[in-house]
Design a protein around this ligand. Structure first.
Ligand SMILES: [Zn+2]
Ligand SMILES: [Zn+2]
Length: 535
């Protein structure tokens, strides 16, 4: 930094304190600056000089919200511009994008609109979005902590992208309902957990936590419903709802917000303004799948392939979840996984599964495989091996440099195979890194529906695929889906199943569309129907 004179550096610290909403600290720095100009001396000033004023200013900058810090570092804004943004409540990338799209920032002589647009592009390139798995860890941890240690907070609810099960989360947001919002915010900010209070206003605090930013919004109970709706988003949904209701302020419950618009409550996973408001108005909202509908899980790995836990532990954990059935599905021999299962190991696994069936008589254990669809379109194991299994999942893990048409042909080949029952994570999406294969999905859905092959909605946080939009198209085309954990750690079986369910709900999926909501005899019939159809 080059703050120029010492009083300038002190004033810059005052500006940074203002941006963080720490107005008393800002006053202190300004007083110090004025005193210095008047030739006064001060202990604090001596400390400041000993530490090196540059280092102090740089450290103060590191305590700012990430957005502000980046804008200062890149020179997109000076501290006056940053302070102006903060005063308008723009302290996160999500705030900036919302402000720009709604064109609600007034003109500022030093901050041209093009500068803000550039700033938004800089921030977008930073790719600061958090994968849903990590986001859930963070917000659930913080929620429990606030509930346990801040009695002032009556309701604490994770909202924003997390509540809508977005695979990549823009902002980690909590809505807090409290009879005395200011006191609750004070208590939350005073918790020793935070690495810093990055921004503070009357009804909001941005807190540094484990390398992320937690955005806490507080409201009083009579307006908590409005707070929940506006913080849950999405923005297009909220704006469309606002237009229908002609204003949504002052509602105690979410239901009140929707009823003001003449609508029933709409589940968060549907809130994208992609037809849910119209469906609500027509009384045709889907009755969506829930955890209680799920009877089993068709996709999990053990140490036979790249799973982290021995088979017996995986099975015991699944039994503890009350599942009626599960399928054990390790990776086939030539899959690119870190460890895979050979036909010989698969035979050993069959023996272990037989022994486990005696230990867990109340749960059906299907012995299966996640077999790779090889670059030549053939399956990794011959039919003579696959025939010995109860269920076969097939997957296109390896793009093999193929174009969309070739990938589609490979997948259609597997769908046509009489021994293949489920196609796992059909897009092969890698959340945050790869949006997955661009295939002929209408052809794939039609073939899956025609042949009685299920397409999977995979709950592994790296996949979340079929994603909501694809799942919605698939069920509309008559496809049966499965919702699976694709678990590689037994302790994550339930959590990844829940993420799969959230993803399915984003696709308007109802229990009738889902194979693993059905009793085991219907599952067996689904598998048998395809095996016998072409014999
Ligand atoms: Zn897989
Ligand atoms: Zn898998």
């Amino acid at each position: 930094m080059s703050a120029g004179s010492l009083p300038d550096a002190l004033r810059q610290l005052a500006d940074y304190a203002d941006i963080r909403g720490a107005s008393r600290e800002a006053d202190d720095w300004r007083q110090l600056a004025a005193g210095r100009e008047a030739g006064e001396d001060d202990d604090r000033l001596r400390d400041f000089l000993l530490e090196g004023s540059d280092a102090v200013v740089l450290r103060a900058r590191s305590e700012l919200p990430r957005l502000i810090r980046r804008l200062l570092e890149t020179g997109a804004l000076d501290s006056a511009g940053a302070l102006w943004l903060a005063r308008h409540g723009v302290v996160t990338a999500a705030d900036l994008n919302a402000a720009l799209s709604e064109a609600r920032l007034p003109h500022h002589p030093h901050v041209p609109a093009t500068g803000l647009q550039t700033a938004a592009e800089v921030i977008a390139r930073d790719e600061t979005r958090v994968p849903l798995g990590r986001a859930l860890d963070l917000v659930e941890g913080v929620t429990q902590m606030i509930r346990a240690s801040c009695p002032e907070a009556l309701h604490v609810c994770p909202v924003g992208d997390v509540r809508r099960f977005e695979p990549l989360v823009d902002a980690l947001v909590l809505a807090v309902g409290a009879p005395e919002p200011a006191a609750a915010l004070e208590a939350i900010c005073a918790l020793s957990t935070w690495q810093g209070v990055l921004h503070r206003s009357a009804d909001r605090a941005l807190l540094a936590y484990q390398g992320a930013e937690i955005d806490v919004r507080v409201g009083s109970p009579p307006e908590f419903g409005t707070l929940l709706v506006t913080t849950t988003g999405s923005r297009p949904h909220v704006m469309a709802l606002q237009a229908r209701a002609q204003g949504i302020s002052g509602c105690a419950r979410e239901e009140d917000v929707y009823s003001r618009a003449g609508l029933p409550w709409i589940p968060p996973e549907l809130r994208h303004d992609t037809g849910e408001l119209e469906a609500a108005a027509a009384g045709t909202l889907p009755r969506m799948v829930e955890r209680a509908h799920i009877r089993g899980d068709f996709h999990m790995h053990s140490t036979y392939s790249d799973g982290g836990d021995p088979l017996a532990h995986v099975v015991a954990t699944a039994a503890g979840l009350g599942y009626e059935y599960i399928a054990i599905t390790d990776h086939s021999e030539r899959s690119a996984a870190a460890r895979t299962v050979s036909p010989a190991a698969l035979a050993r696994q069959a023996d272990e599964v037989a022994a486990l069936r005696e230990r867990f008589p109340d749960m059906v254990i299907l012995h299966g495989i996640e077999v790779d669809i090889m670059p030549d379109g053939l399956l990794d194991f011959p039919d003579s091996v696959l025939e010995t299994l109860d269920i076969v999942l097939a997957s296109l893990h390896d793009r093999a440099g193929h174009d969309p048409a070739t990938l589609t042909r490979r997948l259609l080949g597997a769908i046509a195979h009489p021994l293949v029952n489920v196609i796992t994570h059909p897009l092969n999406q890698l959340v945050g890194r790869d949006t997955g294969y661009d295939m002929d999905f209408p052809a794939i859905y039609a073939a899956a529906a025609r042949t009685g092959t299920a397409l999977e909605i995979d709950g592994a946080p790296g996949h979340l695929d079929l994603d909501g939009a694809h799942a919605r198209e698939a069920i509309a085309a008559g496809v049966t889906v499965t919702i699976d954990s694709d678990c590689h750690r037994a302790r994550l079986l339930d959590r990844q199943m829940r993420m799969g369910i959230g993803t399915a709900r984003r696709g308007w999926v109802e229990p009738r569309h889902v194979l693993n909501t059905r009793p085991i005899n219907e599952v067996r019939a689904f598998i048998a129907a395809k095996r016998t159809a072409k014999r």
